[in-house]
Design a protein around this ligand. Sequence first.
Ligand SMILES: *Cc1c(COP(=O)(O)O)cnc(C)c1O
Length: 389
Amino acid sequence: MNISSERVQSLPPYIFSRINKRKKELIQNGMDVIDLGIGAPDLPTPQFIIDELVKEANIPSNHRYSPYGGCQEFREAVADYYQSRYGVNLDPDKEVLALIGSKEGIANLISAVLNPSDTVMVPDPGYPVYESAIHLSGGTSTYLPLDSSKHFQPNFDAVTHDVYNKIKLMLLNYPNNPTAGTVDLDVFEKAVSLANKHSFAIAQDAAYDLMTFGGYEAPSLLQVPGAKEVGVEFGSLSKSFNMTGWRIGYVVGNEAIIEALSVVKSNTDTSQFLPIQKAAARALRSDLSSVLKNNAVYEERLDHVITALNEMGIQVEKPRGTFYVWANVPDGWSSMDFSSELLEKVGVIVTPGNVFGSRGEGYFRISLSVPHERLTEAVSRMKQFVSQD
Ligand SMILES: *Cc1c(COP(=O)(O)O)cnc(C)c1O
């Protein structure tokens, strides 16, 4: 029975499920597979957040529906977090909305603002969810190239005025998945000035806002004067607090954009379980020492992988954020062939760069979400593979 809609049928094949299928087969055949493809922390959620969840779960009034936009406690915690971390003032009632993970919010935002045939600009390479959500909403994607020679900052000058005039929304994502690129505030200033000049909106995906190294602190889009007139920023507890399965995030900024999104959401969901929101509020109000501890673990893994890659002749600069390493495949390989041979021959999964867009071709992504010993084993197998090639 061909029940799928044309939009669903015409979605590009989800390469991650193909890799997972092959992974299962190889494991069944007895291979020891190390998966460096998973974009989720392996570390546990900090205990104080779990304790708060358990405490709140024991309170019967927390078993009811949450208010649509999230509970007051969570929205105020997000507003206070923006005040203390970024010096940004937010009205918790109108400028903050709770999300069931930021992926949900990004997808619903796109359907909340797009008319059929509207165009959205997405980073290339970029997080595949953006383009699928645009496709499912009947919109068209256009690309903002990231500049490999400038830490994968957007190359705003590579896009013509006509294209800027045509777009309704620009998506940004810093610190960046998959490239690990980071920016300083001037990049967001430039984006806001383009948005004003060409009347489009901006959505900045800050899923890795706290995952940074070496003294670097990622700026917020909303620190740009006037950013709230044109933009919103998505945040997530998933990566910084090891809470991917909990499904809790938020969007902050422009009131009209948030209102549009909340109309879609109030017709499709009824927000997140209250104890999860309250535990997340506790996390955002914490001193963030658990985040710093995690970051130290990732940085140690990062240094290890970068050293090993450089020894293999794969030159990578140390990134300032995320838990990804984005590297060139060795000469003569395509991203896809390199990744699948690496899996078939030595049992190591990396993500082929081309799944993130045409400018991802020639790259692969390593996720630092496995323990040190496994990472050591994985890079030594990679070394062996690359030297035999
Ligand atoms: C992981 C990730 C998200 C999704 O986060 P959730 O809050 O778990 O939905 C969003 N954007 C990017 C770029 C990510 O890597």
